[in-house]
Design a protein around this ligand. Structure first.
Ligand code: AHG
Ligand code: MN
Ligand code: MN
Length: 334
């Protein structure tokens, strides 16, 4: 049996590749992993505690807040509160960016996160995720109201997700490949279970909410029709898989190939998903594994964000599959 490598140990090794980070990166990642372990513990016993169902509130996205959405958000905020490195925290569940008091002077980083991804799965014991993205703040940040923490995905220091499925796993990249860790719940530590993951150039799976098909552009409809055609030479028809949890679907695509799509709709061209804490970190992972993240029209990582909760259409996955989808989605094809 090979020697077990803990997340902590692995991050320290990665850090030697980034001497400029001098321990900072590993400290932030350790806090994120701690938040993930705490949320995993809550999820394991959710039905036994009073943490299922809604809070009765509506979040900044106009969506019903689940008790576990709020609890996961509080968990991550608490772990960052004890950091002197993370100054700005942006979450799907908080309208405004949050400044960590202890890091107001010293913090050099902003963390963007979706505390609980796939909230409609909470009450039915299906897969959930947490998605995170770490950015370095500009040397003299202008303040939380300023735009200094809003940078394109290409400038992320690290990005990844924790997936609460049959096991709890953590997948991250800091630009040196994609690494996967599995939580050993008995001792509360993540161990390396896949390093330098590369994904297939094309796959035979597509993930999309096909219930929305009447709201799609003609280009999108034509692309899905194309995937459903019978052509064994090109592996079609593709199989449809959709969990309702972006992190779970993207993880499937990372390991098996294929693509996930949440396109813009005729009456909602910006789509549903959020750039800073859904599309950009997942694109960082997928691109490090050899795939592509796109809106269908442009690459996710070059978009200059205007607001923390900005939405984008998302087409993400295997290189050949996303490139073909882009050809169908471009307006002249629609
Ligand atoms: P969240 O639970 O963080 O709001 O994210 C839900 C996202 C994503 O996880 C999922 O793929 C998609 O929204 C599901 O949306 P539909 O129900 O519209 O398919
Ligand atoms: Mn989400
Ligand atoms: Mn969420």
């Amino acid at each position: 049996m090979s020697r077990p490598i803990s997340l902590t140990q692995h991050i320290l090794t990665q850090q030697r590749l980034h001497p400029e980070a001098t321990g900072e990166f590993s400290a932030i990642m350790t806090q994120i992993a701690l938040g993930g372990k705490m949320i995993a513990q809550d999820l394991r016993q959710a039905g036994l505690l009073d943490i299922l169902g809604t809070t009765g509130e509506v979040n900044v996205q106009g969506e019903e807040v689940q008790k576990l959405d709020q609890r996961a958000n509080e968990t991550f905020v608490q772990v960052f509160e004890s950091s002197t490195l993370v100054r700005t925290v942006v979450s799907e569940e908080m309208e405004d960016p949050y400044t960590v008091v202890s890091a107001e002077r010293t913090g050099k980083y902003a963390v963007f996160f979706d505390p609980l991804d796939g909230s409609s799965n909470i009450d039915v014991n299906a897969s959930l995720g947490s998605i995170f993205s770490i950015h370095r703040l500009s040397p003299s940040p202008s303040g939380n109201g300023g735009a200094s923490f809003l940078k394109p995905g290409a400038e992320q220091v690290a990005g990844g997700y924790i997936l609460f499925g049959a096991s709890t796993i953590l997948v991250y990249t800091c630009g040196d490949g994609v690494h996967l860790f599995t939580l050993n719940p008995g001792i509360g530590e993540f161990f390396l279970s896949g390093s330098n993951i590369t994904m297939p150039a094309h796959g035979a799976i597509y993930c999309v909410n096909e219930g929305n098909c009447l709201k799609w552009s003609n280009g999108m409809k034509n692309y899905i029709d194309h995937l459903q055609e019978i052509d064994p030479a090109t592996g079609r028809p593709y199989s449809l898989r959709y969990t309702g949890c972006l992190a779970a679907d993207v993880h499937r695509v990372l390991l098996k190939g294929g693509l996930y799509l949440y396109p813009g709709e005729v009456d909602k061209p910006e789509g549903k998903l959020r750039l800073m804490y859904e599309a950009a970190p997942l694109t960082f992972v997928i691109e490090q594994a050899g795939g592509i993240g796109s809106t269908g029209f442009e690459r996710i990582q070059t978009i200059q964000p205007k607001t923390p909760h900005q939405r984008v259409p998302l087409v993400i996955g295997s290189r050949d599959d996303v490139e073909l989808a882009e050809k169908f989605l471009k307006p002249e094809m629609g």
